[in-house]
Design a protein around this ligand. Structure first.
Ligand code: ZN
Length: 414
């Protein structure tokens, strides 16, 4: 008799099968095409499909001195509402997570308050000795000023000394300082510089929010096995025309011409990671020109909607929001297999709904897709065997824990 059995359809070995998953001690203990006996049974609905837990590798949860914009609680509630079981927390907070003391403070602000699992980033900008000691889960380098302002004056040195996987915001500082429109060349130039360093240093690097066809072509032709990159749903679905109509869509890197958006779709199969770059601000801060778009509560739904429109497949979501993040960052014990943590995203592929940011958990209170009718939605989020979100309601306490990311050297929560 298992502690918990989930019955229904699930995405297993690239196919949708009907069967049962048993959970004991927060981990998957058995997977069967038949039925299994459980003390508790969760029966999925006919339209629901269980996926391995989806991970967003690029999220700004604010907190600290910016609790008006978002907190660990509100941001991770938004994450599980959107169907994510884990988020990667970006360190350009106020104050930034750029020294050991602030990193430990960041850990404390997550412990017991996070609804989703999490990995914590450390901002590297001429602070190598601090980076070496912090024991962060990943390292973030800004090549140009962005939200928070702190950026790397010497990218190669900071990348070289980072003791783990690096996520890089690649825009050229010289160009963005003289041209506030942050033109495509700013991204292409910085990406070329990052690729040159990656070729030489041969260490894991993840280029964030690639938005231009030019940068994409540079990356794809480099063929470095230790290289990953992210694309956001907003760069896949919106263009500069949308931004001209709605100044709230200001974001770094900016929304691009249709030709760039199309380049992303044409190379969809070669995009390793889709991540939201969830960047919440208050409405007042947005009106004053803050850059950033919230995305945690729409990204999975937008991708499911894209599946319903024939633009991608369920396997793409699993690959780009689970398998590749797990592999690139080295997250332990994840996946649909016995022995892995029981972290699941359940989606209702046929569910129609209208985006109403007033019903969201994020403090951002707006969405580029407000009023849009979408088909497909995350219907339950299950973390370590605990149903955390069900039909838009948060139904558990904050059960999120720190992910075990290879190389971070930590064991346990604090
Ligand atoms: Zn970001």
């Amino acid at each position: 008799m298992h502690e918990l059995v989930i019955e229904g359809r699930f995405f297993y070995s690239k196919k949708i099968i009907h069967g049962s998953i048993a959970v004991d001690g927060k981990k998957i203990s058995a997977i069967s095409a038949g039925s299994l006996k459980g003390e508790r049974i969760v029966r999925l609905k006919r339209k629901e499909i269980l996926l391995p837990g989806l991970i967003d590798t690029h999220v700004h949860l604010r907190d600290f001195e910016e609790r008006k914009k978002e907190t660990v609680e509100s941001g991770t509630m938004a994450a599980v509402h959107g169907g994510l079981t884990a988020v990667f927390d970006m360190p350009n907070t106020r104050p930034p997570v750029a020294d050991g003391k602030t990193f430990r403070k960041r850990l404390r602000s997550f412990a017991g308050k996070a609804y989703s699992n999490y990995a914590l980033g450390f901002l590297v900008a001429d602070n190598c000795s601090e980076a070496m000691e912090a024991g962060a889960d990943f390292y973030k380098i800004f090549m140009a000023p962005s939200t928070g302002g702190l950026y790397s004056e010497n990218f190669e040195a900071d990348y070289s000394c980072s003791p783990g996987a690096v996520s890089v915001h690649a825009e050229d500082a010289g160009i963005v300082k003289t041209d506030p429109t942050r033109p495509p060349e700013a991204e292409v130039k910085a990406v070329k510089r990052a690729l040159n360093a990656a070729r030489r240093l041969k260490k894991p690097i993840n280029i964030c929010h690639v938005s231009t066809g030019g940068a994409l072509r540079e990356i794809l032709s480099s063929r470095l096995p230790w290289l990953s990159f992210e694309v956001t749903p907003h760069h896949l679905l919106l263009t500069e025309v949308d931004y001209r109509r709605n100044p709230m869509l200001k974001v770094y890197p900016p929304l691009r011409p249709e030709v760039d958006r199309r380049a992303l779709w044409e190379n969809l199969s070669r995009i390793p990671i889709i991540a939201s770059d969830h960047a919440p601000h208050t409405i007042e801060d947005k009106a004053a020109g803050a850059a950033g778009i919230p995305g945690l509560e729409t990204e999975v739904a937008l991708l499911l909607d894209a599946i319903n429109r024939g633009l991608m497949e369920l396997g793409d979501i699993v690959e780009k929001m689970h398998s590749n993040p797990v592999r690139f960052f080295g997250i332990s014990e994840m996946g649909l297999r016995p022995g892995a943590w029981a972290d699941f995203t359940v989606v209702d592929i046929g569910r129609e709904w209208v985006v109403k940011p007033g019903e969201f958990y994020s403090k951002a209170r707006w969405s580029p897709w407000e009023g849009r009718r979408l088909r497909g939605k995350a219907s339950r989020t299950i973390i370590r065997g605990e149903v955390v979100m069900e039909e838009d309601e948060i139904v558990s306490k904050a059960v999120g824990v720190r992910l075990d990311v290879e190389g971070s050297g930590h064991k346990g929560d604090l």
